[in-house]
Design a protein. Structure first.
Length: 75
């Protein structure tokens, strides 16, 4: 690990999970607005953004598993 790399702690990963999940709310709003306006391009952008959020959550979940988190919710 390089000296400039940030140490990943459980609390940091949980915070990242929360902020990423909170970003999903913006994606939902964006998708609703795009559907109301029948804007296909903005709807595609919302779908791509949703995929980004889902991928981010999956990566963070994997990071929690690597940290050996024994949280009851993660199994």
């Amino acid at each position: 690990m390089s000296a400039t790399a940030k140490k990943k702690t459980r609390s940091r990963v949980y915070l990242s999970l929360g902020t990423t999940a909170f970003g999903a709310l913006g994606v939902v709003k964006q998708a609703r607005a795009a559907r109301e306006e029948n804007d296909a391009l903005r709807l595609v952008d919302a779908v791509v953004s949703a995929a980004k959020v889902a991928t981010g959550l999956a990566i963070l979940y994997r990071e929690l598993k690597r940290l050996g988190d024994d949280d009851v919710l993660l199994g």
